[in-house]
Design a protein around this ligand. Structure first.
Ligand SMILES: [Zn+2]
Ligand SMILES: [Zn+2]
Length: 408
């Protein structure tokens, strides 16, 4: 078995060779932001690079139109790199998922080059995981069996530079605890009437939305500081001379652990039901996707931290605080051991945050692309560690079992 510097040399060479095409792919995905389940350009772009490199690609994998899959190797354990590539409405790649897709593709190409050199048992796979921002593509893929038989899942996510640098002086965190999230949509059915001539005949669905909203505002006083509830009115009356007969409002609630989230979600339901009761409307409350919190794997994080250090990148092993964001990789982290490393990219000014157009700009720079290549290399090195080393792999499984049981 080659030693670590030899493996690193091989990985550096493979990534160097692929970097021009990876840069073009990154540019194309960033310039063509696509929403959840509509990421056709990103899907085709990543599939083309895999095919150019001689890998057989299953396009539209697992019945998900914008998912894909390619594998390499035989025997041994199976590592899956998750590639995200969806964007946000109006603000493009403001979460930088173009970089996630490229980092995971880099990791796949790099670790495949190592397997070709060593001829050791072991399998790697890249899985296109669309719709992280809305809908939860990884939940579809989990249910369709895409992670069955896999041993470890790996991915990364960009953050603004100052997020870690200001507090910790680092350029990222190998492990970050993202919170659990539940989405719900409340449809209120009232009764239309003339608002001046006979308002007493109406049941005001707009008032139901507002009453529910105000109830949630009261609930906030009793919520834990780590919990969040937020909403968007998605169907509101457009006319003033009709008492609203129909309204809809989408809600999301978040809590550090999925177990606490259910209690918060129940309280949210009570607030929304009270809005209906007070106004004489009917409430049709639909549960949409729920994302589990993200489990952190200590051993895997230490491996990634060590590899990033070998490239001169100082990252925290684990972010001590909860990050108030959620990911469908949370559910993956409960199904099998995983890493969701956070890496910082340069931003034009302090105060830039994700889901803002200033972060869109940051996610399209050459500097951000270069960092994501390094991250991809380090994810590949982690995969190589776990394919080859039973002790490290067993430690990863043991950490995962402890984290799942809630004792960390
Ligand atoms: Zn996002
Ligand atoms: Zn994101």
């Amino acid at each position: 078995m080659p030693n670590l510097p030899e493996i690193q040399e091989r990985i550096d060479a493979a990534v160097d060779q692929a970097s021009k095409r990876l840069a073009e792919a990154n540019r194309r995905i960033w310039e063509n932001p696509e929403l959840a389940y509509e990421e056709h350009i990103a899907h085709d772009t990543l599939c083309e690079i895999l095919e150019e490199n001689g890998y057989e690609v299953t396009r539209h994998a697992y019945g998900v139109d914008t998912s894909f899959e390619a594998s390499f190797g035989s025997g041994g354990r199976l590592m899956i790199f998750c590639a995200e590539y969806d964007a946000l409405p109006d603000i493009g790649h403001a979460c930088g998922h173009n970089l996630i897709g490229i980092a995971s593709l880099t990791a796949f190409l790099a670790s495949a080059s190592v397997l070709k050199m060593t001829n050791q048992p072991g399998r790697i796979r890249i899985l296109g995981t669309p719709a992280e921002e809305h809908g939860g593509g990884k939940l579809d893929l989990l249910h369709a069996g895409a992670f069955e038989g896999a041993d470890v899942a790996l991915m990364s996510h960009p953050m603004p530079h100052h997020y870690y640098h200001e507090t910790y002086g680092t350029v990222g965190a190998a492990g970050a605890r993202l919170v659990a999230k539940q989405s719900k949509v409340a449809h209120y059915h009232g009764r239309t009437a003339h608002p001046a001539a006979n308002p007493w005949d109406g049941a005001n669905a707009l008032d139901a939305v507002i009453a529910g909203y105000n109830n949630v505002s009261l609930l906030r006083q009793q919520m834990h500081p780590d919990q969040r509830v937020h909403c968007a009115i998605i169907d509101a009356p457009k006319r003033t001379n009709i008492i609203a007969g129909q309204t809809s409002i989408a809600w999301q609630c978040r809590s550090p652990k999925i177990s606490d989230l259910h209690k918060l979600a129940d309280r949210l339901c009570s607030c929304l039901q009270a809005g209906a009761l007070a106004t004489g409307c009917e409430l049709d409350l639909k549960n949409e996707t729920a994302y589990s919190d993200l489990l952190v794997n200590d051993t895997l994080c230490a491996l990634y931290q060590g590899h990033m250090a070998s490239y001169g990148q100082n990252v925290l092993k684990t972010d001590p605080n909860y990050i108030q964001a959620s990911t469908d990789f949370g559910d993956v982290s409960y199904a099998l051991p995983g890493i969701h490393a956070m890496f910082c990219i340069p931003v034009s000014e302090k105060g830039v945050v994700t889901h803002h157009v200033s972060f869109t700009e940051a996610a399209g720079t050459e500097e951000a692309f270069n960092i994501c290549l390094t991250v991809g290399k380090c994810l590949a090195l982690c995969a190589c560690d776990l394919l080859e080393d039973d002790t490290k792999y067993n430690a990863v499984v043991s950490d995962w079992k402890i984290a799942k049981s809630g004792s960390t």
